[in-house]
Every structure is written in structure tokens, then in C-alpha cells.
Write a protein that binds this ligand. Structure first.
Ligand SMILES: [Ca+2]
Length: 185
């Protein structure tokens, strides 16, 4: 009898269809709301709330400039990651757009962290997505990257620097600044 009960239990286990824990409930869909750009025919349901869509020859992605919540590079990258992206990848195509946006949208933080850094003692800068950001990149500010060491703290994270033509500068990663998040879609 015990054997039959056991066999019956095994049959029950092996013959059960996949379990739907919440039958009848719809699959959750993330809520995305976009802010369409003039001249773009991109519809709704594209970007997270607070993000703006970019859809041109530079790529299709969502972004937001944060100019009032001033935080370190590491915290900024963690926040962008939490929102589904990374800090802005600086490249020759997108940088002019954000150079202009940063210049116009002057917030209380001043500078904007972007997605590039180095790991001292290494000297080479890399983007958060793994691309090289060479010293001859055309949007570094004058005499940047300087890799300056101040009170034992190295400049190793990259920002759009307010007051230096809104070009790229390396600064101490723990310093607080605004930041630009980017999410590819
Ligand atoms: Ca510097």
C-alpha cells in the first residue's frame, strides 16, 4: 500500500503541468512615458518617466540630465544602472548634443558626471561600456585629462565641466556633481 501511494505521488509530481502561480493576472509591463522630440515621429511608450528620447544618426536611446541631485561618480553610475542604463557614453556623435544641453541647463551641481573613468595606476580612460576614451578625443577641455593628484586623491572620473567650455575634464571620483544617464532601447 505504501509503495502504491508513493508511486501515485511520483506520477502526480511528474505529470503535473507547469504551475502558473497567478493564473488570470496580466503579465506586468513596465510603465514608460516618453517626451517626444520635435521632428521625431517616435510614439509613446519608449522611455522611463523623466527620460527624453534621442533617435537620430547617433543612435536610439533615452537620457536624462540631473543637475540638482549632486552625488559622486560611483553613486551616479549606480543610480543610472538602477534605472536600467549607465552614465552617458561620451562619443564623437553624441557629445555635441550633451555639450549643448549641459551648457543650457545649468543646475546647482555645476558639472555633470559622464560614463568614463580609469583605474589608477592605469592611465588610460575607458567608458563604462568598455570603449577607449583616448587623450586625443576632441572634446577634452584644454590640458585635460590632467590626472591631477590632490591630497592623495587622483582625478580618475570624467565629467562635463561647467565653466571650462562644458568640455570633458577628469576629476576626483568622490566629488559631487550632477550626471547624465543613458539607456539604450
Ligand atoms: Ca582634470
Amino acid at each position: 500500500m505504501k509503495i502504491l501511494t508513493f508511486l501515485g505521488f511520483m506520477v502526480l509530481l511528474t505529470s503535473s503541468p507547469p504551475t502558473n502561480c497567478f493564473p488570470g493576472l496580466p503579465v506586468p509591463i513596465p510603465v514608460y512615458i516618453s517626451q517626444p522630440v520635435a521632428g521625431s515621429n517616435v510614439g509613446l511608450l519608449e522611455c522611463r518617466l523623466g527620460y527624453t528620447i534621442n533617435d537620430n544618426e547617433c543612435g536610439r536611446f533615452c537620457y536624462r540630465l540631473e543637475s540638482r541631485n549632486c552625488i559622486s561618480f560611483m553613486n551616479a553610475q549606480a543610480l543610472c544602472k538602477q534605472e536600467g542604463g549607465d552614465l552617458l557614453e561620451p562619443d564623437v556623435c553624441t557629445f555635441p548634443l550633451f555639450h549643448g544641453l549641459a551648457r543650457r541647463q545649468r543646475g546647482s551641481c555645476g558639472d555633470y558626471w559622464v560614463g568614463a573613468f580609469r583605474t589608477p595606476p592605469a592611465l588610460n580612460y575607458m567608458t563604462v561600456r568598455g570603449a577607449a576614451l583616448p587623450d586625443n578625443f576632441q572634446f577634452w577641455g584644454v590640458n585635460q585629462p590632467s590626472r591631477t593628484v590632490t591630497a592623495g586623491r587622483q582625478q580618475a572620473c570624467v565629467q562635463i565641466e561647467n565653466g571650462n567650455g562644458f568640455l570633458l575634464n577628469d576629476d576626483v571620483c568622490a566629488n559631487r556633481g550632477g550626471f547624465i544617464c543613458q539607456q539604450f532601447i
